[in-house]
Design a protein around this ligand. Structure first.
Ligand SMILES: Cc1cc2nc3c(=O)[nH]c(=O)nc-3n(C[C@H](O)[C@H](O)[C@H](O)COP(=O)(O)O)c2cc1C
Length: 245
């Protein structure tokens, strides 16, 4: 173990922040740390929008399903997968850009996630807390409009950042054997392992909610997967020039 691994393993999402402001210098350095992430074929396909405008913030909080910390956090960033600058680069060289490939959607989205996770770790290393906000994809068309996002870009998720005003427990993760396989995939023992893990998640929720929440991981997942998952996404992404082929 080392200090970086310790920091990574102490992550927990923070949803309540103190009033203490976060300096722009710190945010700039966290975003620069994000830029340092590996990037597929050097495409650098992530754009971060820092949302300061209070009206926009309130709208984003509402569209994300009334997640009040989106409005309250000192800093709110939206991470966008962005291939607009690639179009500009092609235009600079009078080159026709072949866009719309699923592969490009994957690389831009992966770039964005790697960038964001670097930002999260950098922020946590500064004593800040973060929570990702996928909820902004509930109303992805409105979010894109209010942020003035161009074609070939889309908001992947947001992130609240600020000094923690809560100290939640670290959420236990699946046993390593479920996520790390040697040479070939095998799920032979995974049902048993998940059942065992369920016990620790039940205990975690009971302790976090003072006995209110009685739920296992597999129950949570099976409940979630009986519902549709933002079915508007495919047509929205197609309308932005992604996933054409
Ligand atoms: C892409 C992404 C989107 C998320 N969206 C939300 C969200 O909209 N609201 C929220 O409260 N938490 C959100 N989360 C946080 C997860 O619920 C949280 O990471 C997960 O339950 C594990 O808990 P932990 O981060 O405390 O370890 C999101 C996390 C990720 C990675």
């Amino acid at each position: 173990m080392n200090k970086i691994i310790d920091l990574l393993k102490s992550h927990r999402s923070i949803r309540k922040f103190t009033d203490q402001s976060v300096s722009q210098d710190v945010i700039n350095s966290c975003v620069a740390a994000g830029q340092a992430a590996a990037t597929s074929s050097f495409i650098q396909a992530c754009t971060v929008i820092q949302v300061n405008n209070s009206e926009t913030r309130s709208s984003l909080a509402e569209w994300a399903g009334n997640q009040k910390y989106v409005d309250e956090a000192p800093i709110f960033l939206v991470f966008c997968a962005d291939m607009n600058r690639h179009k500009l680069s092609c235009d600079m060289h009078d080159a026709e850009m072949l866009s719309g490939f699923t592969e490009q959607f994957i690389t831009a989205t992966v770039d964005c996630a790697l960038f964001a996770q670097n930002v999260a770790i950098a922020a946590e290393s500064e004593g800040l807390g973060v929570v990702y906000i996928g909820g902004i994809r509930n109303k992805i068309d409105k979010v894109s409009e209010v942020l003035n996002l161009p074609e070939l870009s889309y908001p992947v998720f947001g992130m609240c950042i600020g000094f923690p005003d809560q100290d939640p427990e670290v959420k236990p993760r699946l046993p390593l054997e479920v996520v790390l396989k040697q040479d070939k995939y095998s799920d032979d023992q995974d049902t048993t392992r998940i059942a065992e893990y369920d016990k620790s998640i039940r205990a975690y929720y009971q302790s976090r909610t003072g006995g209110q929440k009685d739920m296992t991981w597999s129950e949570q997942i099976s409940g979630m997967l009986q519902k549709e998952a933002r079915p508007h996404m495919l047509s929205f992404l197609k309308s932005r020039g992604f996933l054409q082929k």
